[in-house]
Design a protein around this ligand. Structure first.
Ligand code: C2E
Ligand code: CA
Ligand code: CA
Ligand code: CA
Length: 284
């Protein structure tokens, strides 16, 4: 940038400028983008490691920006959190995802309904409307609370006091599952897990990466083994993220993980794709 007056020029950093403009531009464009329907959701299957069946999907939001094309959530979720737009955006994601779960159920007949996992940002947790909004959305769509799993990152719940946990407890009492996302990246005291109203641990991708070779790094194996046995002793299910190879899937299955997610099974995709995967699965 040029300095305002005088004869001195600061050296411009064009890349930093472009980044700043984009950040600023994206931030101010967010509200209109939500109104114009520029966001969409992709679904990535959650697969049972024991029998390979599709049990549900995680909803992952994207922004089809008129100039920049498809933007991933890492580009705009932090901005939406910063401005508070995450609350209406998150509500929209929840509504879409629950509506999708209902459609899957209708097309699926009487097989076990596909579950839907939705990410919650820390700002949504502290927003007073969370419980009521969730109840309303479930009731309007006629979807059972047991079909929904809300994912909250481990870091959002570190040191959480009772006020923060209260809405999650209420949702858990209604039958909504709460998953602790990116587990293992924070510094939570494992004993602390007992006071959290969670029923699922989502083991961070970094652990899965340690399983890339066969046999895997023995230390990684021990750590995952320990987490799984602790989780199961607390009645928590374990989901693993970022499974990219069959070898990883096999080792994680042997270690006792319950559910897996990753490119090995499918990339995030449109809802019809999930439906097809689940049907193929039910047929064969
Ligand atoms: P996350 O919740 O940890 O989601 C998993 C991320 O890993 C997704 O990235 C997914 O596309 C990616 N992934 C899945 N399988 C693999 C794999 O096998 N290998 C690798 N390398 N990556 C894999 P994505 O879609 O870019 O989402 C990034 C993050 O954005 C999410 O991380 C989540 O924290 C956040 N996010 C996404 N949608 C929402 C939303 O609706 N609300 C909020 N608050 N956050 C969201
Ligand atoms: Ca997640
Ligand atoms: Ca995660
Ligand atoms: Ca992550």
């Amino acid at each position: 940038a040029k300095s305002a007056g005088g004869n001195r020029f600061e050296l411009a950093d064009p890349e930093a400028d472009a980044r700043a403009i984009t950040r600023h531009g994206l931030t101010t464009a967010l509200p209109a983008a939500l109104e114009r329907g520029e966001f969409f959701i992709e679904y990535q299957p959650l697969v049972h490691l024991g029998d390979g069946s599709v049990r549900g999907a995680e909803a992952l939001v994207r922004w089809l920006h008129p100039q920049h094309g498809v933007l991933g959530p890492d580009r705009f979720i932090p901005l939406a959190e910063h401005t508070g737009l995450i609350v209406p955006l998150g509500r929209w994601v929840l509504e879409q995802s629950v509506g999708q779960a209902r459609q899957w159920r209708e097309r699926h007949g009487d097989t076990e309904p596909l579950r839907i996992n939705v990410n919650l940002s820390p700002c949504q947790l502290t927003h007073p409307g969370l419980v009521q909004d969730t109840v309303d959305i479930l009731e309007r769509s006629g979807v059972a609370p047991q079909t929904l799993c809300l994912e909250v990152t481990e870091s959002a719940l570190i040191g959480a006091d009772d006020d923060l946990l209260k809405p999650l407890r209420r949702l858990a009492e209604m039958g909504v599952d709460i998953a602790l996302d990116d587990f293992g990246t924070g510094y939570s005291n494992l004993a602390n897990l007992r006071r959290l109203p969670v029923s699922v641990l989502k083991l961070d991708r970094s652990f899965t990466q340690g399983m890339q070779q066969f046999p895997a790094d023995p230390v990684d194996l021990k750590i995952v083994e320990g987490i799984v046995s602790l989780a199961h002793s607390l009645d928590l299910a374990v989901t693993v993220e970022g499974v990219e190879t069959g070898a990883q899937a096999e080792q994680l299955r042997i270690l006792g993980c319950d559910t897996a997610q990753g490119w090995y099974y499918a990339r995030p995709g449109p809802p019809e794709r999930l439906h097809e995967l689940a049907l193929v699965d039910a047929a064969g």
